[in-house]
Design a protein around this ligand. Structure first.
Ligand SMILES: *Cc1c(COP(=O)(O)O)cnc(C)c1O
Length: 220
């Protein structure tokens, strides 16, 4: 078994005690590994690819809460709209609009996080501060709920850079959780992965996305 129960329980206990949601990132991992973790009590799983997520959804228990955390193309929203629990990687108004449309079709409300670009790397998706501001001001969609922010720090061993990026995201989160009409709905700050989740928690994260630490390294 690729999943080490002791590692899982240690991390889970620590996060539970601080009311932090653990999203187990299972991209590229087989359904057997996901089931192993599920049987240890894990319910929140994160995936990056639409087709992979749809296939896993079909084959796995229906009380799993699926988080979509990868770059989402508008033409693929329809494949996950019937069941996805939280789309963490919304990076445009156009995508929000499509999610709203597909949510209506499925007669449900889809919860979303807005992904903010906080890293130095050009390759990471996400909104800049101004785009975020525009969406927070103007968005009026009936079948989506914007529940908070998500971000990925730079891929670097320089802790100071990573910490500063987390602090920046936290400051944006604080800004929008205190204004707006439904402050209580805007409550999720998703930041932190295997290598940096402890620091992310120190900086105010309440949702971490952990893959390799739980499932082992991915074969790419
Ligand atoms: C892959 C991925 C993770 C998990 O990464 P690990 O380093 O394996 O913990 C978290 N968030 C996003 C957006 C990812 O793509």
């Amino acid at each position: 078994m690729a999943v080490n129960p002791e590692t899982y329980h240690t991390i889970k206990k620590q996060l539970d005690s601080q009311n932090i949601t653990l999203v187990a990132v299972s991209k590229t991992k087989p359904v057997e590994d996901i089931l192993a973790l599920y049987h240890l009590g894990q319910k929140d799983f994160g995936e990056n690819y639409v087709q992979e997520l749809a296939e896993k959804y079909d084959r796995l228990p229906k009380d799993i809460r699926w988080h979509f955390i990868g770059h989402l193309q508008t033409n693929k929203v329809k494949y996950i709209a019937p069941f996805v629990s939280l789309i963490q990687s919304v990076d445009s108004e156009k995508l929000l609009k499509e999610i709203d449309k597909q949510a209506k079709k499925n007669n449900r409300i889809i919860e979303c996080l807005l992904q903010v670009h906080i890293a130095k790397e050009e390759t990471k998706f996400g909104l800049d501060e101004n785009e975020l501001d525009d969406i927070m001001k103007d968005t009026k969609h009936s079948n989506i709920r914007i529940c908070g922010l998500m971000g990925m720090a730079s891929f670097t061993t320089d802790e100071k850079i990573v910490r500063r990026e987390f602090q920046f995201l936290k400051s944006l989160f604080d800004k929008y959780s205190t204004i707006g009409t439904r402050p209580s709905a805007f409550s999720r700050l998703s930041m932190g992965m295997s290598s940096d989740y402890k620091m992310a928690i120190e900086e105010g994260s309440n949702m971490v996305r952990i893959g390799s630490l739980l499932f082992g390294e991915r074969n790419t």
